[in-house]
Design a protein around this ligand. Structure first.
Ligand code: GLU
Length: 297
């Protein structure tokens, strides 16, 4: 007996600023991919970096999404409530010697291209980071938009941070643990995260959790190739004509926005968008980010 096809997608904003056209496009892409395949769609608020967050922003983001009819199928998960799970996973990785405490400073690592290959700090400091030990295998995966991708973590990333020296959990750790915990099968997100994906796949392998299907969406150019200015792109969605923003986001995804109608209302237009969505038209609008920058904390 074959298992029924099962799709769980998600949108995972960090509450560091209002949603803009780029975030709407990413949210809409993940929603349309899920709903056009009769899947579930979740929202996760990635609030693990308080110094970068703005009070009230998570609620504002959820309200903006709701204004477009983008409502999740399950209660929103907040990463700020997940520390015990992150700590348990870190403890296991440390016990298995897959992760280690590291007191190397940014300056010390700069001397080796910012890539952590081994600890160079002479003494252990109290505020140590926790890093994951990478190996020399090349991570390969097939992205739904960008095709086959390869990255050698040892060459271009190095041992990467799972918990920062300032005590905060790293994005790479939290995103992997929560995609697994929420049973996410398909990750659809902006192409700025394409170069993070090999790190996430490697961490999934180290944790023994499944690797979802990945699909990265090019977010910079308009579908006719015009570049949106930074201010057009970054403007708060709540200050824009909702129908116009929705149409533009749909067009950015390579879709024909003539099926949308201003007088229909948000929910009905979203339904139309799902009905007419064709994933094969999703554009790889820009060259992806370079192979990835090592994170140094
Ligand atoms: N929270 C991340 C961001 O806002 C996105 C995480 C993801 O989709 O994997 O950039």
């Amino acid at each position: 007996m074959t298992r029924p096809f099962h799709y769980r997608g998600r949108f995972a904003p960090s509450p560091t600023g209002p949603l803009h056209l780029g975030s709407l496009t990413a949210a809409l892409a993940s929603y349309l991919m899920a709903k056009s395949q009769h899947g579930q769609w979740l929202i996760r608020i990635e609030d693990i970096d308080p110094p970068r967050e703005i009070a009230g922003m998570a609620d504002k983001q959820l309200q903006s999404l709701a204004g477009f009819g983008l409502l999740p199928d399950e209660p929103v998960l907040y990463q700020s409530t997940r520390s015990p799970y992150y700590e348990a996973a870190l403890a296991k990785l440390l016990r298995e010697d897959k992760a280690f405490f590291c007191s190397c400073s940014r300056t010390q690592l700069a001397e080796q291209d910012g890539i952590h290959r081994r600890c160079v700090a002479a003494t252990a400091s109290e505020r140590a980071a926790i890093r994951l030990r990478v190996d020399h295998r090349t991570i390969a995966f097939t992205d739904g938009v960008y095709g086959r991708q390869y990255q050698n973590l040892a060459d271009v990333i190095g041992d990467f941070v799972l918990k920062r020296a300032d005590g905060y959990f790293a994005y790479q750790l939290a995103v992997v643990l929560d995609d697994a915990a929420q049973g996410v099968t398909h990750v659809v997100r902006g192409a700025d995260l394409l170069s993070s994906t090999p790190r996430q796949i490697f961490l999934q392998q180290q944790l023994g959790v499944p690797t979802p299907v990945y699909c990265h969406i090019g977010l910079v150019r308009d579908s006719d190739g015009r570049k949106l200015s930074k201010s057009q792109w970054a403007a708060d969605l709540d200050d824009q004509d909702r129908f116009a923003a929705f149409s533009l986001a749909y067009r950015h995804l390579g879709q024909d926005d003539r099926i949308l109608q201003r007088n229909l209302g948000a929910a009905a237009n979203l339904e139309q968008a799902v009905q007419h969505f064709d994933a094969s038209l999703l554009p790889a609008l820009t060259a992806p980010e370079p192979a990835g920058s090592p994170d140094v904390d």
